[in-house]
Design a protein around this ligand. Structure first.
Ligand SMILES: Nc1ncnc2c1ncn2[C@@H]1O[C@H](COP(=O)(O)OP(=O)(O)OP(=O)(O)O)[C@@H](O)[C@H]1O
Ligand SMILES: Nc1nc2c(c(=O)[nH]1)N=C(CO)CN2
Length: 168
């Protein structure tokens, strides 16, 4: 078995029971013995970035895992958890019950379009960067502090901490 590496995953949901979906997805992702949970961020509520104009706000979170899965196997595992939540891909950046992206995998850099690492749009997305910075204030991405990247992200003003008593 290969030695474990750290990876960061980003989860989003803007359809259905959003917070329950994300809580279940975290549990499902770490149900494989090859995936261990290290840290999980707070939930944030975020305005949709890109995609069709009229779609609901997202809930987003970030998690840090330790895994012995190879990168493509980790992607396939994330996609199988998306499928458990009936994820469909009809419209680019459209509404979805669950999206799971691989943000980083150790320090691997790859421009493979099946799995681009780090995730090609993570460095400009407050909905990824801000919960990540709160979870891990020391985190860096592409040589820059994640907290600094978050402060510069155009979608930061659409982001709020989510409190559990809010609707779904
Ligand atoms: N780092 C990555 N994490 C997840 N998917 C990736 C990554 N790099 C490339 N992909 C590819 O992107 C394809 C589309 O992914 P997906 O449907 O989740 O995109 P999206 O969430 O609509 O948009 P975005 O990629 O901007 O987050 C996947 O089938 C996958 O092969
Ligand atoms: N706020 C927000 N916007 C998005 C999100 C997301 O998770 N949150 N995911 C996208 C595609 O991955 C596109 N736009």
């Amino acid at each position: 078995m290969s030695s474990p590496v750290r990876a960061v995953l980003a989860l989003g949901s803007n359809l259905g029971e959003r917070s329950a979906t994300l809580t279940e997805a975290v549990a499902e992702l770490v149900a494989d013995p090859a995936v261990k949970l290290c840290r999980v961020s707070r939930l944030v509520q975020t305005k949709p970035v890109g995609g069709p104009g009229e779609q609901p706000d997202f809930l987003n979170l970030v998690m840090e895992i330790e895994t012995t899965l190879e990168p493509l196997d980790l992607l396939a595992w994330c996609q199988s958890v998306e499928q458990n939540h009936h994820r469909t891909r009809e419209v680019r950046w459209g509404a979805r019950t669950l999206d799971v992206d691989v943000i980083t995998y150790a320090d691997v850099v790859s421009d493979d379009e099946v799995l681009t690492l780090p995730h090609p749009r993570a460095a400009e997305r407050a909905f990824v960067l801000q919960p990540w910075a709160w979870m891990d204030p020391e985190a860096t991405l592409g040589g820059r502090r994640v907290a600094e990247l978050a402060a510069e992200a155009a979608d930061l003003q659409g982001l709020d901490l989510y409190t559990a008593d809010e609707d779904g």
